[in-house]
Design a protein around this ligand. Structure first.
Ligand code: UDP
Length: 408
């Protein structure tokens, strides 16, 4: 094995990393996989990302960036199906990967799986190939259930996560909090877990002149509060609408909600109704999905970006907003406490009550706030640094050879 040029099988069964971002299942994990793979390829490693064929238009093999290929293989019927409905086909998907790699003569050095469905596929492949398997859950079913917002995750998921935790060789957690959650909910020994945060593309996410950004987006002279993310209950938009209702008397403030696709339309309709009930519908603009390359204009045009979530594994939006020089108001979730310096580049609000969000918004919108080093907080999160840390973890795992012990 050439340790300088690793061959990596990356698994993203349910979510194609090239799908448009901001949809029901296309957010931070897709960005993570794209960006990490691009950096790994740039270092000279070979990365094959395996995902489910979800459209007959998908090319079987797509060259994504130097040394990085996306490979579509079948798992059940080709077409959009619910995540849970993929599970019965996960074993076939693993077999399809094994057949594809055999026919193509590729032998991988390691497996890197993302999300529990891919984790399951990884546990089968690790035995068939006798190579190490590192996983990243992105969100945890047991934690979602403990939060108790937006539906219950099925026992199948929790049990499967437990099996993946036990069987895989290493786990990357995005935060110390996620590590603690893994230990607490899945009874795992903590030295199997390495904490490596998520990253930011600092070339893409740069401050744009506010006036220019606003002109481009056709915004008038309003104060702009921004939300960016997938539209789902866990993101806490109800709380943000509640906070906006406290600012109702200030007709100058607008909330822009970026994200959501056809599959989340009913949730958008519900939120529109909530805005109507609160008599703030004229303050709220549901923009829908925005291409990531356009997002720097949104972040830069905004006065403040709000993350009102109940749960985040990490939250890339926090890094993106700060990288564009826009302060945050956020609940204390994911990796946000690692980047927000209270009162310097934003506020982490103490509780769940929308009034706390409204207070923090008031402080940031009052105009006395002149952040000069907002972006500095995220410079160290550049993807190349994150990818280096991930490679170190790969090397450590290969050196220890834990996978061989499975067979001794
Ligand atoms: N995003 C996007 N367009 C949208 C909405 C979101 O490109 O319309 C991207 C956003 O830039 C971010 C990701 O989706 O990189 C969301 O990641 P985050 O970690 O904040 O949330 P998650 O999806 O993991 O819950």
């Amino acid at each position: 094995m050439d340790r300088e040029r690793l061959k990596i099988a990356m698994l993203s069964v349910h979510s194609c990393p090239l799908e448009r971002l901001g949809g029901e299942d296309t957010g931070g994990m897709s960005v993570y996989i794209r960006e990490l793979a691009r950096e790994l390829g740039g270092f000279g490693h070979k990365v094959d990302i395996y995902t489910r064929a979800h459209s007959h238009l998908d090319g079987r093999i797509v060259e994504m960036s130097p040394n990085v290929r996306l490979i579509h293989l079948e798992a059940g019927e080709v077409g959009e199906i619910n995540k849970l409905a993929i599970y019965p086909h996960a074993h076939d998907f693993a077999r399809n990967i094994a057949t594809f790699s055999k026919e193509s003569g590729i032998e991988y050095d390691l497996i890197h799986s993302h999300y529990w469905l891919s984790g399951c596929v990884g546990t089968w492949l690790q035995d068939w190939w006798n190579i190490p398997h590192i996983t990243m859950f992105h969100t945890l079913g047991a934690v979602k259930n403990a939060v108790g917002v937006g539906g219950t995750e099925p026992e199948l998921r929790i049990e499967s996560e437990g099996r993946v935790v036990e069987k895989c060789h290493r786990i990357i957690a995005a935060t110390e909090r996620e590590k603690a959650d893994l230990v607490h909910h899945y009874n795992i020994v903590s030295d199997k877990i390495k904490v490596i945060p998520c990253g930011i593309n600092l070339d893409l996410f740069q401050p744009v002149d506010k006036k220019e950004a606003r002109r481009r987006l056709g915004m008038n002279g309003h104060k702009v509060v921004l939300f960016v993310g997938r539209i789902q209950r866990l993101k806490g938009l109800d709380r943000l609408l509640g906070a906006m209702s406290y600012l109702r008397q200030d007709e100058d403030v607008k909330l822009m909600v970026v994200g959501g696709d056809a599959r989340t339309q009913s949730e958008v309709e519900r939120l529109r109704k909530v805005s109507g009930d609160m008599q703030i519908q004229s303050m709220v603009d549901f923009v829908g999905q925005v291409d990531q390359k356009e997002l720097p204009f949104y972040y830069s045009a905004a006065d403040v970006c709000v993350i009102p979530s109940y749960y985040e594994s990490f939250c890339l939006v926090a890094l993106e907003s700060l990288a564009c020089g826009t302060p945050l108001v956020a609940t204390d979730v994911g990796g946000i406490s690692g980047v927000v310096k209270q009162g310097e580049n934003g506020y982490i609000v103490a509780g769940n009550d929308p009034v706390y969000i409204a207070d923090a918004l008031g402080a940031l919108l009052s105009g006395q706030y002149t952040p000069d080093s907002v972006r500095d907080a995220v410079i160290e999160y550049e993807w190349s640094n994150i990818a280096e840390a991930v490679v170190e973890e790969y090397q450590e795992m290969l050196k220890k050879g834990d996978h061989s012990k499975t067979f001794s």
